[in-house]
Design a protein around this ligand. Structure first.
Ligand SMILES: C[S@@+](CC[C@H](N)C(=O)[O-])C[C@H]1O[C@@H](n2cnc3c(N)ncnc32)[C@H](O)[C@@H]1O
Length: 219
């Protein structure tokens, strides 16, 4: 078993924000739909979809997508209760090969690794059916930017204030490995998806220290 994947998975298992906020909130939104094709974009080792599946029935098909083949191989070994499940190694920012087929897309923490542009927002949106939902969970990254800003001679805060900024070599707290980190201002995330025609339905705060934001958009 791959050590990096196992460390990531164990980190997720012990994470209060995932267990007490992200997973229950995702279940609420998906139960409201009653059925459907659900994309978990940037699913990593499958911890969130596997836990969510325990509250869903066979009327749901889960489509797990990640760039990382090793993480996805680990996800294949998990259980998804009664749900149908598919796995795909793919970059979610690229044009979809199949359009308008998902009833919902869940993106948790993954926008931290993506430079969100109008093109990538459009490509993500193109996967959704009409009335489909985009559910985003992301931490509030302002404190990270302030911390980095003090160490750097670049004015990261002013870059952040107009959209997004890349923070170099941020260490992942589960794997202890560096990863690409994009701090998107929440209003920038919202405007990016409003600009491709989605409507914002919900904003909620939660997780440890209320540091997580849930955004639900509808197409
Ligand atoms: C921080 S992890 C979040 C995993 C999971 N959603 C969670 O909240 O526990 C981000 C995941 O997104 C994947 N990822 C990053 N950029 C991606 C892209 N452009 N397309 C698909 N997956 C991507 C990474 O490989 C990684 O597994």
């Amino acid at each position: 078993m791959d050590a990096r994947a196992l460390n990531w998975h164990n980190g997720c298992k012990g994470d209060t924000s995932r267990n007490e906020f992200i997973i229950p909130k995702t279940i609420d939104v998906l139960l409201d739909l009653a059925r459907g094709n659900i994309g978990f974009f940037g699913c990593a080792t499958g911890y969130i979809p596997s836990q969510v599946s325990l509250s869903l029935n066979k009327n749901y098909n889960l489509h797990l997508v990640d760039l990382d083949e090793v993480y996805l191989a680990f996800a294949k070994e998990q259980k998804y209760h009664q749900c149908g499940v598919t796995f795909k190694v793919r970059d979610i920012t690229h044009e979809p090969t199949k359009r308008s087929f998902l009833n919902a897309i869940v993106i948790s923490n993954t926008l931290l690794e993506i430079e969100l542009t109008s093109e990538s927002a459009q490509n993500i949106c193109d996967y959704l059916k009409e009335r489909g939902k985009l559910i985003i969970f992301t931490p509030d990254v302002l404190t990270d930017v302030v911390r980095e800003d003090r160490k750097n001679n670049k004015d990261l805060l002013s870059e952040f204030s107009v959209g997004a900024v890349s923070l170099e070599n941020k260490i992942d707290r589960f794997t202890r490995l560096p990863y690409p980190f994009y701090a998107h201002r929440t209003l920038y995330l919202i405007s990016s998806f409003l600009n491709v025609g989605l409507k914002l339905e919900t904003i909620e705060f939660g997780g440890a220290g209320n540091q997580y934001i849930m955004l639900v958009f509808v197409k």
